[in-house]
Design a protein. Structure first.
Length: 286
């Protein structure tokens, strides 16, 4: 089996069972940390991938291969998925031309910074998908105009595990995708605030991101990304992505990653990709 990008054999499952027998006092966190050390499972910065290991353990339990110890405390997801606390913010109409707002100021929103609650509020209240938490590698951008008024925000996170049209365009096989998926990032949220009506602002913001995200990702995670992807609900036209020179590759099949029995009906979305370097295929297929 391949779970969380790792090949899991009977030996790995046997190791997990042995650890639980030998260390009956261990909780799930201690077990996941030990697995990371045994497997030398680390990210590009050398930190153990304990959250990925915890997810792997949960998936093995759901499939009936192991029985995990009882939780010693509530799941952290219960806290991450709580309703986002709202913060006050200005919402007076902003009209005019793009030049009236320039220069735009780009801020990377980091944990515990003053902008975190504002960023979360804006996405939770005004993005059609809402927003609760971020997991895995991600970057959050908040854009302000020359008068320091928030005008847009964008969230980039983990790329889709599979996408037929994208995978065909990149020309990578299953093994290359498993190795190099972290070289791709998904624009999971993009929002121009609803009271901002400035022609060409959205495509301009996407251009600003494209010129800097590779360096930003390298600085945060010690590895670059080589291309950006996004999935646009067909209630929207994707005009700003096309104007920013993103490539439309096709459409999703209306399924989700959990649709093992082909019974879950999901919204069909258009697939877009933006290469960040000329040799993006070579890097992603290496």
């Amino acid at each position: 089996m391949v779970i969380q990008g790792r090949n899991i054999t009977a030996d790995e499952i046997g190791l997990i069972r042995d650890l639980m027998v030998e260390h009956g006092e261990w909780g799930r966190t201690r077990l996941s940390e030990e697995l990371c050390r045994r497997w030398d499972w680390r990210n590009a910065q050398g930190r153990i991938k304990d959250m990925a290991a915890r997810t792997l353990l949960l998936k093995l339990e759901r499939r009936g291969f192991i029985e995990l110890p009882v939780r010693q405390r509530p799941s952290s997801n219960a806290f991450r998925n709580r309703r986002v606390p709202m913060v006050n913010h200005a919402s007076e109409p902003i009209r005019g031309n793009l030049s009236d707002l320039q220069p735009l100021f780009v801020k990377i929103v980091v944990p515990k910074s003053p902008d975190v609650r504002l960023f979360n509020t804006l996405l939770a209240r005004y993005h059609y998908l809402g927003h609760r938490n971020t997991v895995g590698e991600n970057l959050r951008y908040l854009f302000r105009d020359r008068h320091e008024r928030p005008v847009a925000c964008a969230l980039f996170g983990s790329a889709a595990w599979k996408c037929a049209d994208r995978d065909a365009f990149l020309q990578w096989d299953k093994a290359a995708r498993q190795r190099n998926l972290q070289g791709l990032t998904n624009n999971t949220r993009f929002l121009v605030l609803p009271w901002v009506a400035i022609p060409h602002l959205a495509s301009h913001v996407l251009g600003l991101i494209a010129r800097r995200i590779r360096a930003d990702w390298q600085a945060k995670y010690a590895h670059p990304v080589h291309a950006l992807e996004t999935f646009v609900d067909r209630r929207f036209k994707g005009t700003c992505y096309r104007a920013a020179n993103w490539l439309r590759l096709g459409a999703t099949q209306g399924r989700t990653r959990n649709d093992r029995n082909r019974s879950i009906q999901a919204t069909v979305k258009d697939v877009y990709l933006y290469p960040l370097i000329p040799d993006f295929r070579r890097e992603l297929c290496a």
